[in-house]
Ligand binder design. Structure first.
Ligand SMILES: [Zn+2]
Length: 173
């Protein structure tokens, strides 16, 4: 894909938004957003709209807005649909955004991280990152590995979603 697509997800697609952020997509999301505001933000910020709501697409909004109608309720299928239609962002963008705020993370000095993370984490990690919006500190540890394994599983599931989950209900972390 040529550039990272800028996306905005409707209020029903919070989980999908989060997992797309893991992959490095720029996805705005606000769980209390109303459709009018959603469409206005999409126009102003040049974002394509991810939605489960077909009626939203059929309304006359004026201007050119691109909708991506998510066909399925099942998270793995939703994630796979977006990747199929838009491609995956470059690998270096994986986990480069705050999963809560969608902000791109910036480097954070290891010295200063000492006051904010556990001594163990500080001792074992070399690089730290921070979200400029919520100030949360990130590092590449076992937690990130777990997230990456999860996203791999989500992308590998077949369309029924049952081969890998063995009919159990999965919860995202
Ligand atoms: Zn944040």
């Amino acid at each position: 894909m040529e550039r990272t697509h800028r996306l905005i997800a409707d209020a029903m697609l919070g989980k999908l938004a989060k997992w797309l952020r893991v992959l490095g997509f720029d996805v705005a999301y606000d769980r209390s957003i109303e459709n009018q505001v959603l469409v206005r933000s999409a126009k102003i910020e040049g974002r394509d709209i991810l939605t489960r709501d077909r009626r939203l697409v059929q309304r006359r909004w004026g201007g050119s807005i691109r909708f991506i109608v998510i066909e399925d309720d099942h998270l793995p299928n939703q994630l796979q649909q977006v990747v199929r239609e838009l491609g995956r962002p470059p690998r270096k963008q994986v986990l480069s955004r705050c999963l809560r705020c969608n902000e791109p993370l910036t480097s954070f000095r290891r010295k200063e991280a000492a006051a904010q993370v556990s001594p163990y984490v500080h001792r074992t990690q070399k690089r730290f990152f921070q979200c400029p919006s919520c100030r949360r500190i990130y590092w590449r540890g076992t937690h990130q590995k777990r997230i990456l394994n999860c996203v791999k599983t989500l992308l590998a599931q077949d369309r029924s979603g049952q081969r890998e989950t063995k009919r159990e209900t999965r919860r995202s972390p």
